[in-house]
Design a protein around this ligand. Structure first.
Ligand SMILES: [Zn+2]
Length: 269
């Protein structure tokens, strides 16, 4: 998605990175609201003001500053002193890191904004999947529709490429899902993962799928080692969601996929 760039602020890196860090934190704060309220089954927009999930106290603006308030309050609600949990600063940190990394790659430009939006969908979808083992349709199918629409801005060939990537990604995962069902008689992959691959395939294209899927598989493997060791784990039967790792793979591909592949193939002359 390098060409054509519709707009680019052409700021010096120190400015674009600083602005991106702040915007990433603000976006991350919004993501925590989306994730928490989706998981709790309440509206994302009402009530408008943020509340303590435990005592329901409405947060003052100065207790609702991403990361900073968490550090000042040392991770506890000002009213009831209940621990807030690392979930909030974790989401905000991931969002900030994503915004900064994109700014280093693209500058503050149209591609930065586009990938901020998809990163947001991946962060929110990934954390919801971690908590509920669900990938909401509005994220997977909505993201796929959005990816196709954005690619269409870049012309017919780009749109065709996105469509092909969506079909290849989702098709491959659908076959895997059927294989698990028929051969191993278990639900190895959720339908949410198949739908997510529509969005990811449209975004990274057919050429980006191997890198994305391999990255997802290896990081999921590493994480499952950690999961199995957790208290309450069920050893090899421990269930882990695959969606967050697919999101991670896609994000890594957007940042460095081409560079890593070029380096890899250079090893073979
Ligand atoms: Zn509270």
């Amino acid at each position: 998605m390098e060409n054509p760039v519709f707009w680019n602020l052409h700021l010096a890196p120190v400015y674009s990175v600083s602005i991106a860090a702040v915007l990433g934190l603000v976006a991350g704060s919004f993501y925590t609201v989306c994730i928490h309220r989706y998981v709790a089954g309440i509206s994302v927009i009402r009530p408008l003001r943020s509340m303590c999930p435990h005592c329901g106290a409405t947060l003052k603006w100065y207790d609702n500053i991403p990361l900073l308030s968490f550090l000042v309050l040392r991770g506890r609600c000002r009213q009831c002193r209940t621990a807030i949990g690392v979930f909030y600063p974790a989401v905000e940190s991931v969002s900030m890191a994503w915004a900064v990394a994109l700014a280093l790659k693209f500058g503050l430009s149209f591609p930065w904004l586009v990938h901020m939006v998809f990163g947001g969908l991946f962060i929110v979808g990934g954390f919801i999947d971690f908590k509920l083992y669900i990938l909401p349709n509005r994220i997977t199918l909505g993201g796929a529709a959005l990816a196709l629409a954005v690619k269409a801005l870049f012309g017919w060939a780009a749109f065709q490429g996105a469509l092909l990537g969506a079909c290849a990604g989702a098709g491959f995962f659908w076959v895997l899902q059927q294989f698990y069902r028929i051969v191993r008689k278990e639900e190895g992959l959720g339908t949410g993962d198949v739908k997510l691959m529509l969005c990811i395939g449209a975004l990274v294209g057919v050429g980006g799928l191997p890198f994305t899927i391999l990255t997802a598989a290896f990081s999921a493997l590493a994480a499952s080692g950690v999961y199995m060791g957790l208290p309450g784990g069920r050893g090899l039967k421990t269930r882990i969601p695959f969606g967050p790792f697919l999101c991670f793979g896609a994000m890594l591909h957007i940042l460095a996929g081409r560079e890593v592949l070029a380096w890899y193939f250079s090893l073979y002359g």
